[in-house]
Every structure is written in C-alpha cells, then in structure tokens.
Write a protein that binds this ligand. Structure first.
Ligand SMILES: [Zn+2]
Ligand SMILES: [Zn+2]
Length: 67
C-alpha cells in the first residue's frame, strides 16, 4: 500500500514533525498523534479525551462502524 509519508508522520495536534518515530494512531479515529499529545487510557492511545470516551462507549455495544 502506498501512503504519503509526510502526511502519515505529522502529529495532528501539535504539528510536530520532529517526533516522527513516536507518532501513534488514535485507536478510534486513526488520527496521527505523537506521544506527547496522545491520551492514554487503559493501555490504548487516543488523539483526544473525546475519542477515549467514545471508545469505551462503543465497547458497551454502541459501536457503529463507518463505511
Ligand atoms: Zn503532538
Ligand atoms: Zn481519535
């Protein structure tokens, strides 16, 4: 699969490209977020508190996958 490397390694929150080796993907919305900006919850990493909350709501049976 071919992706734009630049787009895949930019933190969505702080736009920091100097931490490319530490970019993570939000497990919910797949937004790129660096280690500094990631929200850690129960061993998962999210781009925001909203995603962290939504993730656990989904686990209760409300998951509604897009596409
Ligand atoms: Zn960041
Ligand atoms: Zn997210």
């Amino acid at each position: 699969m071919i992706y734009s490397v630049a787009a895949m390694t930019l933190c969505h929150k702080c736009k920091d490209t100097s931490v490319v080796s530490r970019i993570r993907k939000c497990v919910l919305c797949v937004t790129n977020v660096c280690e500094k900006c990631a929200v850690r919850r129960y061993g998962q990493k999210f781009c925001s508190e909203n995603c962290a909350k939504s993730f656990f709501l989904n686990e209760k049976g409300e998951f509604d996958p897009e596409n």
